[in-house]
Design a protein around this ligand. Structure first.
Ligand code: AR6
Length: 191
């Protein structure tokens, strides 16, 4: 019997993987920040990234003029092991608003586009919007993974997309969603 929990797959020329951990520790070309539209820092992932990157990060985001929900902007990573930070703004969850899933998808898609525009090969995402912004991780995970799947259908510089989940329960939800995605698409290979 195959496990309902899938952690690592290949999609076209790239690997998509899930891990439990701290996004600030990831040695990848870019980590994605779950920011707010001011880009001036906050709590959660945003606070952790600003602390680990050092004060130069705030100086860099200050001149960007903010960021709309569903869009993304790039800065250097400064003291982080990652070379760049892609700051994206996910939506605040609201169950009755149909645009919310589209905005969450857009935040992921714009982050991947920005990574590809800069010829980056590896990018790590947190579970955007699932903390302070209240998006249930069960609803967010399939959206996030589907966007990555669609993006990796076209040719790009990306060779590795990693989701870094904070805690076992969030990891398990993503693993189950990845299992469901592999059931839907024959070109996803379990590794
Ligand atoms: N590494 C990986 N994941 C983390 C880490 C970490 N170091 N810290 C928290 N998480 P959140 P949002 C998880 O609140 O919901 C900020 O104040 C956390 O468990 O960081 O998009 C911004 O400035 C949760 O599952 O982001 C915005 O105002 C997920 O990361 C607002 O919060 C996202 O939680 C954005 O809210």
């Amino acid at each position: 019997m195959t496990s309902e929990f899938v952690t690592r797959v290949s999609i076209q020329q790239a690997v998509l993987e899930l891990t439990e951990g701290d996004i600030t520790r990831q040695t990848v070309d870019a980590i994605v920040n779950a920011a707010n539209s001011s880009l001036l820092g906050g709590g959660g992932v945003d606070g952790a990234i600003h602390r680990a990157a050092g004060p130069q990060l705030l100086a860099a985001t200050r001149v960007l003029g903010g960021c709309q929900t569903g869009d993304a902007k790039l800065t250097p990573g400064f003291n982080l092991p990652a070379r760049y930070v892609i700051h994206t703004v996910g939506p605040v969850y609201h169950p009755d608003d149909e645009t919310i899933p589209q905005l969450l998808a857009s935040a992921h898609r714009r982050s991947l586009e920005l990574a590809a525009e800069h010829q980056l090969e590896s990018v790590a995402f947190p579970a955007i919007s699932t903390g302070a912004y209240g998006y249930p991780v069960e609803a967010a995970a399939p959206i996030a993974l589907k966007v990555v799947y669609s993006f990796l259908q076209r040719e790009s510089s990306l060779k590795l997309v990693r989701f870094v989940l904070f805690g076992g329960p969030a990891l398990a939800v993503f693993q189950r969603a990845l299992h469901d995605l592999t059931q839907q698409h024959t070109d996803i290979r379990r590794l």
